[in-house]
Design a protein around this ligand. Structure first.
Ligand code: SAM
Length: 197
């Protein structure tokens, strides 16, 4: 089921998602640290951010919250030991990675048994829809101008391909930014079943 919401409601959903995380949390594409204020202070946060410009601001915010300094790395090659992480987190970051499948395979590698992949991402509109056509047409521009942002990705399908099973999935059509357009978002939690770990 898909819920139609505005951006303020989506912000509340994001905050609740972040507030529920615990343990060692690897955040890929952490940007300038928008999420840090909403993570529990007890979390052991490991921020991954390739942009040196974003990372400077991220490092300041991390220090202010008592989190460790972020790492200059990419989601496709995490400088983290196998099976050592409780949560791999992405918030509008899987749209920006260079290789979605490699990034999710890395998430799988670093998660401990029972660990979770958690993401909140804008996703591809249904195949055949006008919005999907628009997303595809606009992606060369957004990828070039907005931090490699790809508008028509399907991280749910990629998570399934990588071997994650769905723990929960909530779909949102988010209105209020571009008149007449409801932008599809997905909040997802997935795990690798012990048999496949
Ligand atoms: C749209 S921003 C989102 C930032 C942050 N998560 C937020 O919600 O504000 C996407 C981020 O992913 C980063 N990024 C781009 N390619 C990446 C990669 N291969 N691995 C990890 N992060 C990447 C960008 O530098 C950017 O900071």
């Amino acid at each position: 089921m898909t819920t139609r919401v505005g951006y303020e409601r989506l912000r509340q959903v994001r905050r609740a998602m972040l507030g529920g995380l615990s343990g060692t949390v690897v955040e890929v594409g952490a940007g300038e640290g928008r999420d840090l204020a909403d993570l529990p202070g007890s979390a052991d946060w490991i921020g991954i951010e390739p942009s040196s410009r974003a990372r400077r601001r991220l490092a300041e915010k991390a220090a202010a919250r008592g989190f460790r300094a972020p790492l200059a790395a990419r989601a496709e090659a995490l400088p983290v030991a196998d099976g050592s992480i409780d949560v791999v987190l992405a918030v509008v970051a899987l749209c920006s990675v260079d290789d979605l499948d490699r990034a999710l395979n890395e998430a799988r590698r670093v998660l401990r048994p029972g660990g979770r992949l958690v993401f909140l991402e804008h996703v591809a509109a249904p195949a055949g829809s006008g919005l999907r056509v628009l997303q595809r047409a606009a992606t060369p521009v957004t990828a070039a101008l907005d931090r490699n942002c790809h508008l028509a990705r399907d991280p749910l399908a990629a998570a399934a391909r990588t071997g994650f099973t769905t723990v929960s999935v909530d779909r949102y059509d988010v209105t209020g930014r571009v008149p007449g357009i409801a932008w599809p978002f997905v909040m997802y939690e997935g795990a690798i079943s012990p048999a496949r770990h």
